[in-house]
Design a protein around this ligand. Structure first.
Ligand SMILES: Nc1nc2c(ncn2[C@@H]2O[C@H](COP(=O)(O)OP(=O)(O)OP(=O)(O)O)[C@@H](O)[C@H]2O)c(=O)[nH]1
Length: 483
């Protein structure tokens, strides 16, 4: 082909109102009109070569496979004369609709139309998708609606729709409900009206959803006769084009995600389909995760409650509901250590009901039990400071741990115990010390050090209690070391 002929062709085709690139297969040279120079950042040269296109990153938006301008002409022309090309520049990316044609044996032509300016950060689809998936991965029940709202807005905007939404089918599949909706400015929302839509009121739609999980209508006006009900409903909502994709949960169809075009019709592209499907799958997965998470939380809570109950059970005396011996042993050990570190005294009181055998014999074992409950409650009521602990040590013997309490304060405390028991007025006609039930009390107060043991405290308080019993009962004795 002569140069003159080429220039003649170029002088015409460069005027096409799109970006135009001409490729001379034989010479491996290119021509680009001013729009193509602008879109591809090409130098304003009469003839270009491969090197002038080197900075371009071209890829297929579906497969992400990269190719050069040469490959676009040579390979893609054979496969497809009409394709989408993703052009990535340094700061932005553009989605182009490319149309390729062979003008003659040596001359190929490509026109490019920008169909999407992806540079707007908010709607860069990749960014949106990664944001939606990250947001929805660790979703909590209280913010799922916000994230779904964002995802619907994103997909609606990216697919140039006026409305996007989620629908859920009822358990029995007999009705559907619009759960989330995004509408573009000036577009009427229909969510409130679409809460209990019987599935059989849209049989054509329901059948397609069931079988293909897809309802794609580029022009509502051209819906077939068998879709009359759907056509009526879509026209009532002012919809010109609609695309709905089924959502599945454990292989079961649970709902669908969809986009409507109201202001103008849309030829839904494969890319629209891929994108809506992707967002739908992310949302369906989020619901799945949320369900798992809620179930897990419920089980965890049950375990925590069961554990708390168990803990309470193993540390509580079943008759008196105060701390049992096990709990006492743990508490005494830790209080001794804590007071040793804080250089504070610890007091241990041991109390034993006087003539309790006689009490049981006289009033019966059951009333004996009731007396034990009353004594336990009276002792517990005196323990008002944090760390104080009353425990049933065994049988009719009780112990009180008073951390950070010296011997004077402990003595005062034992007097209070005596008064409280007296005030309880539990009749005991078989006691030789009083007509009421009384306690013998022994205590030991000391400043613990790192070598102090619980056993040492127990032994000494016990010795004091023994002394109280030996020397008349209904009295308080303190352990004093003999020098
Ligand atoms: N009702 C009842 N009695 C109990 C319980 N645990 C121990 N006892 C009784 O408490 C009595 C304790 O008797 P002893 O150890 O002889 O002492 P005491 O009769 O209180 O005499 P002193 O301690 O010497 O004043 C026994 O008869 C036990 O059966 C209990 O849970 N319920």
């Amino acid at each position: 082909m002569g140069l003159k002929q080429l220039e003649d062709i170029w002088s015409t085709v460069k005027l096409i109102p799109f970006a135009v690139v001409l490729y001379d297969v034989k010479k491996h040279t290119y021509k680009a009109n001013s729009q193509a120079q602008l879109i591809f950042d090409l130098p304003e040269k009469h003839t270009l070569n491969k090197a002038d296109f080197k900075h371009l990153k071209l890829s297929s938006p579906e497969s992400r496979k990269q190719f050069t301008i040469e490959q676009l002409f040579e390979k893609y022309l054979v496969i497809n004369t009409n394709c989408h090309v993703l052009l990535q520049k340094q700061t932005k990316s553009l989605l182009l609709n490319a149309k390729l044609a062979q003008l003659n044996k040596h001359l190929h032509i490509a026109t490019f139309e920008v169909i999407e300016h992806n540079q707007d950060a908010q709607y860069n689809f990749d960014k949106i998708i990664s944001k939606i998936s990250t947001d929805l991965i660790d979703i909590q029940n209280d913010n799922i609606d916000t994230h779904i709202g964002f995802a619907l807005k994103a997909i609606g905007t990216v697919c140039h729709a006026d409305r996007s939404y989620l629908f859920k089918f009822s358990e029995d599949g007999k009705s559907m409900r619009n759960t989330h909706e995004w509408v573009n400015q000036g577009i009427q929302a229909f969510k409130e009206q679409l809460q209990h839509v019987p599935t059989n009121s849209l049989p054509y739609f329901a059948n397609l959803m069931d079988t293909t999980h897809l309802f794609k209508v580029n022009d509502v006006a051209s819906l077939p006769i068998k879709a009359t009900k759907e056509k009526q409903e879509l026209e009532r909502e002012g919809i010109q084009s609609v695309l709905c994709i089924g959502l599945r949960y454990d292989k079961e169809l649970v709902g669908f995600i969809g986009c409507d075009c109201v202001k103008q019709k849309r030829e839904w592209t494969d890319l629209d389909l891929i994108r809506i499907k992707l967002v739908g799958e992310i949302i369906a997965n989020a619901f799945k995760n949320l369900n798992y998470k809620q179930e897990l939380q419920r089980i965890q809570q049950q375990l925590i409650t069961a554990n708390q109950k168990l803990n309470q059970l193993v540390n509580t005396d079943s008759l008196t509901s105060i701390a049992n011996r096990r709990c006492f042993d743990k508490a005494l050990e830790s209080e001794i250590k804590r007071c040793a570190r804080a250089e504070q005294p610890v007091s241990l009181i041991m109390c034993d009901i006087d003539f309790f055998k006689n009490y049981n014999d006289s009033y019966g074992h059951q009333q004996g039990d009731e007396a034990l409950v009353k004594v336990a409650a009276a002792l517990k009521a005196q323990c008002r400071r944090e760390g104080d602990l009353t425990a049933r040590y065994g049988g009719e013997e009780f112990a009180v741990i008073l951390p950070a309490t010296n011997e004077q304060d402990c003595l005062q405390f034992t007097r209070l115990i005596q008064q409280t028991i007296k005030a309880a007025g539990i009749k005991h006609n078989k006691s030789s010390v009083s007509e009421y039930l009384t306690l013998s009390i022994g205590f030991y107060s000391a400043m613990p050090d790192k070598n102090s043991t619980p056993q040492c405290f127990i032994n000494k308080a016990d010795q004091a209690l023994y002394k109280a019993k030996e020397t008349g009962r209904n009295k308080v004795c303190q352990f004093k070391p003999t020098h």
